[in-house]
Write a protein of this length. Sequence first.
Length: 261
Amino acid sequence: MNSGKVYLVGAGPGDEKLITIYGMKCIQKADVIVYDRLINRNLLKHAKDGAELIYCGKEPGNHALIQETIHALLVKKAKQGNIVTRLKGGDPCVFGRAGEEAEVLAQHGIPFEIVPGVTAGIAAAAYAGIPVTHRDYAASLTIVTGHGRREKGEDRLHWEGLAKGSDTIAFYMGVGNLPYICQQLIQYGKSSDTKVAVIEWGTTERQRTVVGTLQDIEEKVKKACLSHPSIILVGEVVKLREKIKWFPEAYCLEGETVESI
């Protein structure tokens, strides 16, 4: 049997409207859809009748399928002649492991395409009223993982370069390491008064945003009970939120709007 094909597709940051036209076409034509936790499940309604839907989401301490199993699954389904859409939150090449999966597919001679998506670090910020660049505040943006590979105990970040060399920093998957992130940035030269925003479930009806500084954001996030998935934005562009916030946000448990925290 001839090999099928795999599409490594970015589903966007959460709002189903933000998937690309080509990404939607990959969903519609797939025989098999292998999807992650952070995709908008409404996108699966566009799958054709009879398509096989396989969940392989990951969250801290609970992986439905480990990465090596996902690799084997993609290879198996493609070798059976299927069109496989691997549906990932955000952009597949921004902390989405598309590179690892593409390597495995290439090793097995399986045709594939990488279909870019809207990444959360930019989209969640925009929905929170924070442009990641601005002529008056930020000429550079750095996208950073908020944690290293836990099985290796790594911290490969160049903290001095981050603290001194980037106007806006977007940390992914970092809310659990927020105290360490703030500590490192201050230690390596960022002012403790630098503005910080933490955006939970960005671009969705569950979006909440807390704004503070490197000195006090940890306490504010605890008070609001924010958790993952969240984007952490560091930089003076956060100041613009008070002028241009436009997206309605969820309420805190206490019944207060997040802006009042």
